[in-house]
Ligand binder design. Sequence first.
Ligand code: FES
Length: 119
Amino acid sequence: MATDSLFKVLPREAKDGTTGTVNISFDGKALRVPQGVSVAAALLAAGIERFRTTPVSGAARAPYCMMGVCFECLVEIDGVANRQSCLVPVAEGMAVRSQLGMRELNDLVTSAGGARDER
Ligand code: FES
């Protein structure tokens, strides 16, 4: 069931006189999004509705709390998986990818500072 987005981008002007936008990509698609907001807010403003899928059923998920509590906004940012996009400021040139299903165990170990198992 499709619904209208509850989010709207309010008009804003950048302090430094720039356009107030940055260029990023999401799943390889180029997007121009507002600067000075979180990655989650930027993607929602661009109309992105699916940020990740669940490991068990593959159900689509998108940000819910926008404050670091629900973990529904997990994405891969510049090659690092499992980032809470509501807590990361958007920046020029970011490559964001949706996070599909469960991450590899080695990704979990290395992101926690452990050594990668090459067996
Ligand atoms: S939207 Fe809830 S943790 Fe990011």
